[in-house]
Design a protein around this ligand. Sequence first.
Ligand code: DSN
Length: 396
Amino acid sequence: MSTGKTESDGERLRAADPQIADLVDAENARRDGAVSLVASESVSTPAVRAALGSVFGDKYAEGYPGHRYHGGCEVADEVERLAVARARGLFGADYVNVQPVSGSTANQAVYAAFAQPGDGLLSLSLRHGGHQSHGSSANFSGRWFSPEFYELDMATERIDYDRVREAALYYKPRLLVAGASSYSRHIDFAAMRSIADECGAILWVDAAHIAGLSIAGIGPDPVAYADVVTVATQKIMRGPRGGVILARAEHGEALSRAVYPFLQGGPFVAAIAAKAVTFAESATDDYRAYARRVVENSAALADRLTDGGLRVVSGGTENHLAVVDVSALRLTGRAAADALSTAGIVVDKAVLPFDPEPVNQGSAIRVGTPTVTAGGATAADMVAIGDRILDVLASA
Ligand code: DSN
């Protein structure tokens, strides 16, 4: 006889695979027991997780809506069309591709659509806050293309657009890249547009980190200036892990072919459904209030750490992250991150601009506020977290 009780997903997993169920519980306990300041993470919403775990995870749908290799794609087509329409409205872009499985894959598609092996690119140096997919020698982008890098100004620790212009006119890159993984200041996309026009480059904005602020109106909008913009939905936006490409209409065909069939096979339809949920959730006042709090919390944390005697790169932050110099405490970034981790505060080690330490040690930590803000943290909480960081590092 039925008890009327339905088994939860967790109970079904435990019955089928107790080892993985234990690890899920362990990760929940780890996350709940720590203060996570990893700048590139947040907490996906319940609706996003429901879409990710839905029946669409089973569906193969190679191709694009209306033009699939597989049969039975009529509902998957509706999902993808809805995701594209919502993203178009949210970002204000002509062309949208929601199929890239990650931000890095979206970046690969940009190379595939706009460049030939050997072509030049000009991007922010990885050691100054750039991203490995922008030409690092360890990444395909550095091996198959010809990268040159701009660095931050030594005094201001900000992008010096005059020097970017000089380098761009000298190297005449095919791709001018604006975007970073560890830069706490707004990027002047209008200045980058004018530099790209002067040197005849395609302007690509990798907005993986900051897209969630732009759509909330609290950061500059890259779509208005760039030829192509790449986005990651799992960061500030609280969506599934995944990438999105936004572009001017004339680049759409090349980008579509670059994603499929050049780079990917069947897209993750469940992830596309979850992206659609994210685009709807990100268009609400609640989301905009969250994004505002992310930035307020980041400023509150940076201010507290500064008042406590630490130096914050560039003197502060305008976005969701700050890079904090720990060298005055005679610590490497790695040692500081390890000490904080032991105390239940999770951060990333980082390098300073012009850091004498190797990348795997660094002299800094990167702190970000999307996760704690999703958990309800206020500016007062950030002051308390800042105090705890200062205490832990002082005795490390
Ligand atoms: N570069 C990684 C980060 O910022 O954490 C992923 O984008």
